[in-house]
Design a binder for this molecule. Structure first.
Ligand code: ADP
Ligand code: MG
Length: 327
């Protein structure tokens, strides 16, 4: 059995710096070496996949990872995604104001909608949806390394509401067009217009994309959200918070990985006493992880004496995930 079973969509989440990218890469590497065509997607404001693999993945293009069969990677440029998303939202809002015949300047609304702090996360989630409905068709598995997991969770959670809202929007747009049709003298021309109505087309497309994404992301046979922690207070509480959020929204929890675990041999070589104190502190937090998150633990990774870069070190991480367990 592989670490993540046969899932098609895998997300890694957790506090910054705990090793989400390293674990995502290790999971992707492991899946690829099991013969599954794998896409590793980085959706972070600052990317680290390129330095992790020692290969340039920047520029939004999917690239084959050198010397690794079946593994592909891409770093999505958030700025570009945000810019394109902003353009789409702007058009949508302008159309909406025009159609609703609201005689005010839409620009301030566009500004509010596109400069609020959640906008970047919404843009990233939109990109995730695009990858799920399009690019992912060519792969057996997609591993998402994204900082916006919390936002994804919220949006999936809210998607029922969002779906209802979109249905209402589509309905009322149809009604408005119908009234126009009934009242017009040139029915053929109006019908032509209605068929090409940009607002309906846009809303329907958005609705479909959301519906498909929601059904995939709430399906535990396809999707798993994995959380990464280290044996320390804050990262553990971040994971706990994520898990309770996810539980409320029917989102499948894949499990928890515990990274950067000190082992006894390392500690004994250290003469300063620093590592010994660290080690003892870790023991307490490991105990807490076992107590509070025990059912979710899927693997442990040792702490290494240098950054995880290059295939060899990624392999060590994979090996730990399967075989290492703190004493
Ligand atoms: N088990 C480990 N041992 C040593 N260094 C690690 C380990 N896991 C991660 N790192 C290093 O810690 C840093 C943060 O890891 P990263 O995966 O980028 O975290 P995140 O994606 O959660 O911000 C990186 O420099 C990485 O090489
Ligand atoms: Mg990262």
């Amino acid at each position: 059995m592989s670490l993540i079973g046969n899932l098609k969509y895998v997300f890694t989440g957790g506090k910054g710096g705990v090793g989400k990218t390293v674990i995502a890469a290790a999971l992707a590497y492991d899946q690829a070496s099991r013969g599954r065509k794998t896409l590793l997607v980085s959706l972070n404001p600052v990317h680290s996949l390129s330095s992790l693999f020692g290969q340039d993945f920047s520029g939004n293009k999917i690239v084959k990872v050198k010397d690794v069969d079946n593994l592909y990677a891409v770093e999505v440029e958030i700025e570009d995604a945000v810019e394109r998303y902003k353009e789409r939202i702007t058009t949508r809002l302008r159309e909406f104001f025009k159609w609703a015949e609201i005689p005010i300047n839409p620009e301030p609304f566009i500004n509010i909608a596109t400069t609020n702090p959640a906008f970047q996360e919404a843009a990233m989630f939109d990109k995730v949806m695009d990858i799920i409905v399009k690019e992912s068709k060519e792969y057996d598995i997609v591993v998402f390394d994204t900082a916006a997991v919390a936002n994804a969770i919220r949006l999936i959670g809210l998607s029922k509401l969002y779906g209802l809202w979109l249905t209402r929007m589509i309905q009322s747009r149809k009604e408005a067009l119908e009234t126009r049709y009934k009242m017009s003298f040139k029915k053929d021309k109006v019908l032509e217009e209605i068929k090409k109505d940009p607002i309906i087309m846009d809303l329907v497309a958005l609705y479909d994309k959301f519906k498909v994404t929601r059904s995939i992301l709430t399906d535990s046979s396809k999707t798993g959200f994995y959380f990464v922690t280290i044996p320390q207070a804050l990262p553990i509480s971040v994971v706990k918070r994520f898990i309770s959020m996810v539980r409320n929204f029917e989102i499948p929890i894949g499990g928890v990985f515990v990274n950067m675990v000190l082992v006894k041999d390392q500690v004994e070589k250290d003469t300063t006493g620093y590592l010994k104190a660290k080690y003892e502190e870790q023991q307490r937090y490991l105990e807490m992880i076992r107590r509070d998150l025990g059912e979710y633990i899927r693997g442990y990774v040792k702490i290494y004496d240098r950054d995880i870069t290059g295939i060899d070190y990624i392999k060590y991480v994979v090996d730990d995930l399967y075989n290492f367990k703190p004493e």
